[in-house]
Write a protein that binds this ligand. Structure first.
Ligand code: HEC
Length: 119
C-alpha cells in the first residue's frame, strides 16, 4: 500500500514537471543554487555558496561592466557548450544535455539579476 502511494506521488511529480514548459524564476534559482553556485556563488560573485575545495571562484556573473558587455545569446551559449568550447576556463561544464532551452533561458535571466542593467 505504502509502495503504490509513493509511485503515484512520483508519477504526478514527473507529470507536473513535464506540463510546465515555461521555467519559473523560482525553478531557475533552485537549479542555479544547486548546480552553479558551487563555483559562481549564490550571488554570482564567487562568494557565498561557493563549495570550496577544487572549485574555482568565478565572480564574473556579478560584474556589471562584464555583464553589460555580453549579450544573452552569449551567456546561453556558454551554459550550453561549456567553457572550453567558448575559449574560457574549461572547468565550466557544458549543460546542453541537462537542461531544456527554456531552462537555459530562465538561467540567463536569473544570472542577469545579479548585476541588473542600469535604467
Ligand atoms: C565546476 C565549476 C562551475 C560550475 C558548476 C558552473 N560553472 Fe559557469 N563557469 C565556470 C568557469 C571556470 C567559467 C569561466 C570563467 C572564465 O573563463 O573567465 C564559467 C563561466 C560561466 C559563464 C560565462 C561568464 C563568464 O565568466 O564568461 C556563465 C554564463 C556561466 N558560467 C553560467 C553557469 C551556470 C548557469 C551554471 C549552472 C548550470 C554554471 N555556470 C556552473 C565554472 C563553473
Amino acid at each position: 500500500m505504502k509502495f503504490s502511494i509513493a509511485i503515484i506521488a512520483m508519477l504526478s511529480l514527473v507529470l507536473s514537471m513535464a506540463a510546465t514548459a515555461e521555467t519559473s524564476p523560482q525553478e531557475a534559482k533552485q537549479i542555479y543554487d544547486q548546480m552553479c553556485a558551487g563555483c559562481h556563488g549564490f550571488q554570482g560573485d564567487g562568494g557565498e555558496g561557493h563549495r570550496g575545495g577544487f572549485s574555482p571562484h568565478i565572480g564574473t556573473l556579478a560584474n556589471k561592466a562584464y555583464m553589460a558587455s555580453v549579450p544573452d545569446e552569449y551567456l546561453a551559449m556558454i551554459i550550453k557548450k561549456g567553457g572550453a568550447a567558448m575559449g574560457k576556463i574549461a572547468t565550466m561544464p557544458a549543460w546542453e544535455n541537462k537542461f531544456t532551452e527554456e531552462q537555459v533561458n530562465a538561467l540567463v535571466k536569473h544570472i542577469r539579476s545579479f548585476a541588473p542593467a542600469e535604467h
